[in-house]
Write a protein that binds this ligand. Structure first.
Ligand code: SF4
Length: 571
């Protein structure tokens, strides 16, 4: 596989074989290695010394189910540390068919300007994109698909990324050509904007699929895995991730009114059943894949009463962060806000958290959908309020003097209150990425590497070990290109070793697979240390330790000493 270097200072592209030291890596393992090797940790995230790497996973283009995620790695303008954020998009598959593993953007334009990177069978080229300046991602996607084919896969920034706002996302077009999928976390859109790139366009590629070393074995394992996922993930297919609303509300762990409560009085109006029934009644779609090869199809298409498209996909994390967290409790409002966030190109999680802080400070009224939409309009027009909203929760808290800011290392928490979801709290505290639910999704029924170690959702026992194990296994998934929902578990790690062996012919053991996760996490941690993010930042904001969450009055009782300096090893 090759990589393409895109030098935005010289405006040149160079295709070259993947250097030997990176040849056996993909996804997050690759992006984090390139960033750690080639980016000075102390550099400015929006300056010429930062790079942004887009890489598909090791299983990209194969028949392994749900293996089409594409990773975006960089130094984050939000956290100041290393970042990997991944998204389901056919760009991963198309690049694999073209024999390309990674795109590496470097330098900065000498003069202000806006460009596209187009990658197809003829190579990679930089094209003028000035006609797309200031456009939302929806308008941009429509024009790009008209120009490059309706099956093209596009990674786009919106006005937020063009203005280099720290909460800006890279939006990817979905199977229907809508920019509804996000490499959302950590301000990746701002870094792409700093390179002057409005969009990466990969027209449909029909080239060679990867050459399997042992095709029969690979296909047999992949087939069995697909059947297993289809059978076991039925609830995700029917209710999507919104199925989590009811459960999180029941256990008093759903962030409400800026994390001051753990349950929401109108949760029934926005739970998985309500979402499913509303979509069905109106003629939307309750089950869509976000990329070719997904066999679970947890995404949905939400339409209004007239059957007109509003957004895709309404998902648990966004629904809660812009719903109960802002005291908003109706599906149409959540859908309108989600659409506006995708269009302006902001991370819906980070921005939901920032708005919650703004509401606590009285800058915006609680429960006011129109005020939220109006603030998002101001992001597009670049007013001071808009820039504040686009800067994330930590900056919002500092500017407004709010103590209750749900963030770690500058990145906001997600829709799981750590005082109830104790393992998730450990992940927030210790992940090199800052607070991130995908770093170690510690929910019931998900054991670590030692299944004999039991844990309860709301109890502290064994949670630190569980977090470490899940972080290792999730990092493996992120490196293979797997969607989060295939599951970070031992069986999947063993299966992945067999798949990689059958694909490449290089014998890959279960231990090798786990070491892929361990070594990547340690590289990320070392980068952060060099960037000034040390163990003293492996902790939650103090109010989570001392402010009880009603009505059970839980606190986060796993001390900073217990989570600080978590070691990534296999002991
Ligand atoms: S399960 Fe959901 S997130 Fe995962 S690949 Fe399928 S549609 Fe995308």
């Amino acid at each position: 596989m090759d990589m393409i270097r895109i030098n935005m200072t010289e405006r040149t592209t160079t295709r070259e074989p993947m250097p030997e030291q990176y040849a056996h890596f993909g996804g997050r393992a690759l992006t984090s290695r390139i960033i750690a090797d080639l980016v000075p940790p102390s550099c400015h995230a929006l300056g010429p010394h930062n790079k942004i790497v887009v890489a598909n996973g090791l299983l990209a283009g194969t028949t392994a189910p749900n293996s089409g995620r594409i990773s975006v790695g960089t130094k984050s303008p939000l956290t100041g540390g290393i970042k990997e954020s991944n998204v389901g998009a056919n760009a991963g598959l198309y690049l694999a068919r073209l024999g390309i593993r990674a795109l590496v953007f470097e330098g900065m334009p000498r003069q202000p300007g806006l460009w596209l990177l187009v990658v197809d069978a003829n190579g990679a080229r930089i094209e003028d994109a000035s006609q797309y300046r200031g456009l939302g991602t929806y308008d941009t996607a429509e024009k790009l698909l008209a120009a490059y084919g309706q099956k093209a896969s596009c990674l786009i920034i919106g006005p937020a990324g063009e203005q280099k706002m720290a909460a800006s996302a890279i939006m990817a077009t979905d199977m229907d050509g809508r920019p509804s999928r996000a490499a959302g976390r950590g301000g990746t859109g701002a870094v792409l904007g700093s390179k002057g790139i409005k969009a990466i366009v990969v027209p449909q590629a029909k080239g060679e699929l990867p050459q399997y070393h042992d095709p029969e074995t690979f296909k047999s394992i992949a087939r069995e895995f697909s059947q297993k996922l289809i059978k076991e993930k039925e609830m995700l297919r029917v209710f999507g991730t919104a199925g989590m609303v009811k459960a999180a509300n029941m256990v008093q762990g759903m962030p409400t009114r800026n994390y001051s409560l753990g349950s929401f009085d109108r949760a029934d109006a926005i739970n998985g059943q309500a979402l499913h029934d509303t979509i069905k009644k109106r003629g939307g779609n309750v089950s869509r894949p976000c990329h070719t090869g997904c066999v679970i199809s947890c995404s949905n298409i939400y339409v209004d009463e007239a059957g007109e498209y509003i957004t895709s996909s309404l998902e648990y994390e966004t629904m809660v962060m812009v719903g109960p967290n802002l005291d908003i409790g109706d599906l149409d409002s959540l859908a309108r806000i989600d659409r506006a966030l995708d269009d302006v190109g902001l991370d819906s999680i980070e921005t939901g958290a920032a708005m919650g802080v703004a509401m606590e400070a009285g800058l915006l009224p609680w429960g006011d959908t129109d005020a939220v939409l109006s603030a998002l309009d101001e992001v597009s027009s670049g007013t001071v309020l808009g820039k504040l909203v686009g800067s994330g929760a930590a900056v919002m808290g500092k500017v407004l003097g709010v103590r209750r800011v749900p963030q770690v290392k500058g990145q906001s928490m997600v829709a799981y209150d750590p005082r109830t979801f104790k393992g998730m709290g450990c992940a927030y505290a210790t992940s090199p990425m800052g607070a991130d639910h995908t770093a170690a999704p510690a929910i019931p029924g998900r054991p670590g590497l030692d299944p004999s170690k039991k844990f309860e959702l709301t109890e502290k026992e064994n949670q630190v070990e569980l977090t470490r194990d899940l972080q290792i296994m999730i990092t493996v998934c992120d490196s293979l290109g797997y969607c989060f929902f295939v599951g970070p578990d031992i069986e999947n790690m063993r299966r992945s070793a067999l798949l990689l062996t059958a694909l490449t012919g290089r014998r890959t053991s279960y231990e090798d697979i786990l070491d892929l996760g361990v070594s990547t996490l340690n590289i990320e941690k070392a980068f952060n240390r060099a960037a000034g993010i040390g163990p003293d930042q492996d902790r939650l904001p103090e109010h989570f330790y001392d402010e009880p969450l009603p009505p059970h009055n839980r606190t986060f009782d796993i001390t900073p000493e217990e989570t600080a300096d978590l070691c990534y090893d296999l002991k």
